[in-house]
Design a protein. Structure first.
Length: 276
């Protein structure tokens, strides 16, 4: 039985070995509505967001009810399907905020030579039932997507409860149980941060496959399990400087006319990007 710990600065995660198999990737991406063939023999780096969270759970830091806020995802090189990696991490800080606790963690994945392959520093909110406010989780960075209408629009996906349940079969129940979502203050279950990022990385690999990238991901609004989403890109002279996962009104069929009323659910700011 797992021994649970309160998050405190300096807490070290237990190191362990893991890999992402071709079967796991195919099953999870198919649940998202994404063609696994887009990634070839490489691991979709969005998987490491969830794996980093599970590294905390395996070390005794609970994730139930937690909300992803900010996520850095640095791909030093693409990981290969079935490649053995070692996950390591620590809690950097724990800060009281009106809604509970803001927790900063640093998690990374090394190959057998000890070289970093993926880095996943993260900021999350641990809501507390006795908190005096339902808002306020600390300072927010400036938006990446200043004007939704200026985005170059790409692929659209219709989420469904069955798809989200299939993807979120383990872990935080706010992603697959109505009552758990309502207890956390949401109208319905919401997709996990990593699930939303799959749609952004799939667009990267489909159009501009990288050999390296360093990006910061901001979870601006919850994306619920019955919404439609669309990928938008900020293009500057042929280069991509940012991306947004848009929450579309009503249904994906209205994609062509709805960008002016779509809202950004998740956005990604690209600090560095090298094409393969």
């Amino acid at each position: 039985m797992t021994q649970w710990h309160k998050p405190v600065a300096g807490f070290q995660y237990q190191s362990r070995s893991l890999d992402v198999s071709a079967q796991t990737q195919a099953e999870r991406l198919t649940a998202c509505g994404i063609d696994p063939a887009i990634f070839g023999e490489e691991v979709d780096p969005a998987f490491f967001i969830g794996l980093a969270i599970h590294a905390g759970i395996d070390s005794g830091i609970g994730a139930e009810g937690n909300i992803n806020m900010l996520q850095r995802l640095a791909v030093h090189r693409p990981a290969r399907l079935g490649e053995t990696l070692t996950v390591k991490g620590e809690i950097k800080s724990v800060t009281a905020v009106p809604r509970g606790q803001r927790v900063e963690t640093d998690v990374w994945f090394e190959d057998l030579t000890g070289e970093r392959v993926i880095s996943c520093p993260r900021t999350s909110l641990r809501p507390q039932a006795q908190a005096q406010s339902k808002s306020g989780a600390g300072d927010k960075p400036q938006p990446v997507v200043g004007d939704v209408a200026a985005l170059v629009l790409h692929d659209t996906y219709q989420l469904t409860p069955d798809r989200v349940k299939s993807y979120s079969v383990e872990g935080n129940s706010i992603h697959y149980e109505q009552e758990a979502a309502e207890r956390a203050g949401f109208r319905a279950p919401l997709i996990g941060g990593g699930m939303g990022v799959h749609y952004l990385t799939a667009q990267m690999w489909q159009d501009r496959r990288p050999s390296f990238f360093d990006a910061s991901i901001y979870f601006r609004r919850p994306i619920f399990w019955d919404e439609a989403v669309q990928v938008g890109v900020i293009e500057d002279g042929g280069n991509w400087s940012g991306m947004g996962l848009l929450k579309l009104p009503l249904s994906a069929e209205r994609v062509g006319t709805s960008s002016e009323v779509a809202k950004v659910g998740t956005e990604l700011s690209i600090a560095d990007y090298r094409l393969a």
